[in-house]
Ligand binder design. Structure first.
Ligand code: AHR
Length: 508
């Protein structure tokens, strides 16, 4: 047996973590760069539909099966007047967007975004402006969107051609309010007070909504995790989720450390869970606050290019990271991390969806294509639905500059009882050697390997472009079953999806 790296796993249908909330495969569209204009919306494009939406982009989003999309920001929302984006298009004002130093034309607003989400079979996750605005604008927007009829704002929506209420269920109370870069940045005390008062008013308008309070912008914030504790001291009873945001990069080209960054994410999640539960205990509450990891991704490739973009352009190419193969591996590790925390992470949004740090790229007037990170996101979204299982894993480990005891094998499993399928997601972090995996699937009798999908590439820095898709999965993985043991070689630095299905005709 030529493989010196061996990992073992036990998988059992009774080792349940939780039912996976499909919203962990959510994403995000911000009025930023070419996400909206030139991304989802480009009326002059040859493939645009009658509403101006690019059908090629909508097709790729549908392929990803994205259950929920956060909108309209991000930093943008903290200076946004939602009223600018409704009503006749020729009357909509152009405004300076101070967050990204661009000019916003408001040709797309709330109603168009709701239309687009219908087109791609997604739910809207709407953020309200708690930077320059507050309770009043938030409750008005909610009334405009969700109240059936017979009031100023609901009738205004109807007059804009939307008879039926949008019924938007999930709402974010601002964005990254702990960050000094945010328009209307606040202290935790200020934000906690504003969040609870906004939440109260919004739930009075529509008691069926769910609310996400802003947590920390990342783990390096000096106020983390006191921010979460203070916010929840104020808003615990009124909100349902606390948000987490985190982006990673590999600017020092230390891939061993880079691929281990999901361990940092894992710690982040654990700390926020502990903080929520600490406040729960203090309040003697029966309610549990869950987590909305509503911005996550790799973000660093475009930082230098962005510094060169002149201010006050309309939809300039901002944050257009070109993702390479190793980025896809980290994205895979991050998705696995969400599955491990399926009991508490109920929403997660890959930030973002089109052009801006995104799995989908477009040319204005031209092609659209899949970046490398498209694939782990696709596989997790398609096959990661059901119950998250907790496999018992023993894997060889490594130390690197930033972490110690990093398992070469990063893995999670999902059991879809209805389809009688089990899917194993696995990253081999080893940069030089394949990993020999032996997995005891004991309780999954009569299951057989349906397919073993592999994303691998000799060049960690390989990228996809409009002309060439260099990084794409193949289905030639060698997973096989021998006497109830699943055996597979996970190639060096690879993302693997091993799908098992109960044999037809076997007893139920
Ligand atoms: O997703 C890009 C930006 O990252 C968002 O606008 C902001 O919330 C975060 O800092």
């Amino acid at each position: 047996m030529p493989y010196s790296q061996k990992a073992k796993m036990i998988l059992d249908k009774d080792f349940k973590i939780a039912e996976i909330d499909p919203r962990i495969y959510g994403s995000f569209i911000e009025h930023l760069g070419r996400a909206v204009y030139g991304g989802i919306y480009e009326p002059d494009h040859p493939l645009a539909d009658e509403k101006g939406f690019r059908t090629d982009v909508a097709g790729l989003v549908k392929e990803l099966n994205v259950p929920i999309v956060r909108y309209p920001g991000g930093n943008f929302v903290s200076g946004y007047n939602w009223e600018d984006g409704v009503g006749p298009r020729d009357k909509r004002p152009r405004r300076l967007d101070l967050a990204w130093k661009t000019v916003e034309t408001n040709q797309v607003g709330v109603n168009e975004f709701v239309d687009w989400c219908k087109l791609v079979n997604s739910e809207v996750m709407m953020a309200v402006n708690l930077g320059t605005r507050g309770v009043d604008a938030a409750r008005n927007l909610l009334e405009y969107c969700n109240h059936p009829e017979g009031t100023y704002w609901s009738d205004l929506r109807i007059s804009h051609g939307y008879k039926e209420p949008h019924k938007i269920r999930t709402w974010c109370l601002g964005n990254e309010m702990d960050g000094p870069w945010q328009i209307g940045h606040k202290t935790a005390e200020e934000y906690g007070r504003l969040a609870v008062e906004t939440a109260k008013a919004m739930k009075w308008v529509d008691p069926d909504i769910e609310l996400v309070a802003c947590g920390s912008s990342n783990t390096a914030m000096p106020t983390f995790p006191q921010w979460e504790a203070t916010t929840l001291e104020h808003a615990y009873d009124e909100v349902d989720y606390i948000s987490l945001h985190q982006y990673y990069g590999n600017p020092s080209n230390d891939t061993a450390s880079y691929l281990a960054k999901s361990l940092d994410m894992d710690n982040f999640i654990k700390t926020v869970i502990s903080t929520c539960d600490f406040i729960k205990a203090k309040k003697r509450s029966k309610k549990t606050i869950n987590l909305s990891f509503d911005e996550w991704n790799v973000w660093y490739h475009s930082n230098d290019a962005d510094k060169k973009i002149a201010p006050w352009l309309i939809a300039p190419p901002q944050l257009e990271d070109v993702y390479n193969f190793e980025d896809a591996l980290l994205v895979g590790c991050m998705l696995i991390t969400f599955l491990k925390h399926a009991d508490r992470v109920k929403i997660a949004c890959l930030a973002q969806l089109v052009n801006v740090i995104a799995p989908i790229r477009t040319e204005n007037g031209g092609m659209s294509w899949k970046q490398t990170i498209f694939y782990p996101y696709l596989h997790a979204s398609l096959y990661g639905r059901g119950v998250a299982l907790n496999p018992v894993i023993s894997s060889p480990k490594y130390d690197c500059a930033e972490f110690t005891d990093v398992p070469y094998l990063e893995s999670a499993a999902v059991y879809n009882e209805e389809n009688e399928e089990v899917t194993l997601f696995a990253v081999n972090r080893h940069l030089k050697e394949g990993l020999y995996l032996e997995c005891d699937i004991r309780s999954f009798e009569d299951y057989q390997v349906l397919e073993h999908i592999v994303l691998e590439h000799d060049d960690l820095k390989a990228v996809n472009t409009a002309d060439a898709e260099r990084v794409k999965p193949h289905h030639q993985g060698n997973a096989e079953l021998k006497d109830g043991i699943l055996i597979a070689i996970l190639p060096k630095s690879s993302w693997n999806v091993i799908r098992l299905k109960k044999s037809e005709g076997s007893p139920g």
